[in-house]
Ligand binder design. Sequence first.
Ligand code: ADP
Ligand code: MG
Length: 297
Amino acid sequence: MEDSRPGSDPIVEIKEGMKAADYLCDDNIATALFLAGELNKPILAEGPAGVGKTDLSKAYSRYSGLPLIRLQCYEGLDEAKALYEWNYKKQLLCIQADRSRDLTWEQLDDDLFSEDFLLPRPLLKAITSDGRVVLLVDEVDKADVEFEAFLLEVLSDFQVSIPELGTVVARQMPFVVLTSNRTRDLSEALRRRCLYLFIDFPDPERELEIVRLRVPGVAEELARRVVAVVRYIRQMDLKKVPSISETLDWARSIMVLGRDVIDEDMIAGTLSLLIKEQKDLEKVQANIKSLARQALS
Ligand SMILES: Nc1ncnc2c1ncn2[C@@H]1O[C@H](COP(=O)(O)OP(=O)(O)O)[C@@H](O)[C@H]1O
Ligand SMILES: [Mg+2]
């Protein structure tokens, strides 16, 4: 449908809104956010570390005003930690306190496995929330394959069955963002369910814009030089290349140091902000002259 009114393009609107929430979207990211909202589909954001995958959902929460619920994935994460647990301590205390009441086993069982003793974890919190929420399932590649299968089930219908209480159905579909650093391949089934978004290192103009947005007051010239040096380092053969986080940290540090020239000494003195591996550090140190030239070109 054509709509020529200025400001009525939903993609432009999202870009502007996200920028006001401190996040710079390109067209791909803004389109994914728009479609995810319209189609009620989760976004699967994949890409290298530090390119803004986690921050995407945080910024979307600020932009949309929807509360953020985060499930941080790790090896060994299980249903109990992701969905719900029974509050054993409280149950034990209750049994002790109830001794005098002489309850039957059934009565006690009904009491102990009621909502009062339920500890909701992020997924259940997202499902039972009154209003819509943003659900961030962060670093899903770190979770085990079995957990991924369980997650897929939850994402399919947003209802869970708690044997003691019955089925709980989400009142409103959460806006879901899953992130992955690609430490392992995710299942086809999970990919199929999601809108796929690959976030890569930004091009120089966009990275510069991110620096301007996230490091207020940075001098234009300094921002350009920081981005140029970081990009130069990125094309070196390193174990871990600096990401946007490092670009921002470095720009902030140079500002704090009150320097406006990026020379060899400056780079050498602040390199640990950009490079986090000993072997990489040696390689970059060996190239410090070219880096300084890069900053001046
Ligand atoms: N497009 C962007 N706009 C604004 N800030 C960004 C953008 N991309 C990355 N950043 C910043 O870079 C840093 C790293 O982002 P993060 O979301 O933690 O990366 P990831 O989850 O991909 O490892 C954060 O400080 C984030 O705010
Ligand atoms: Mg992250």
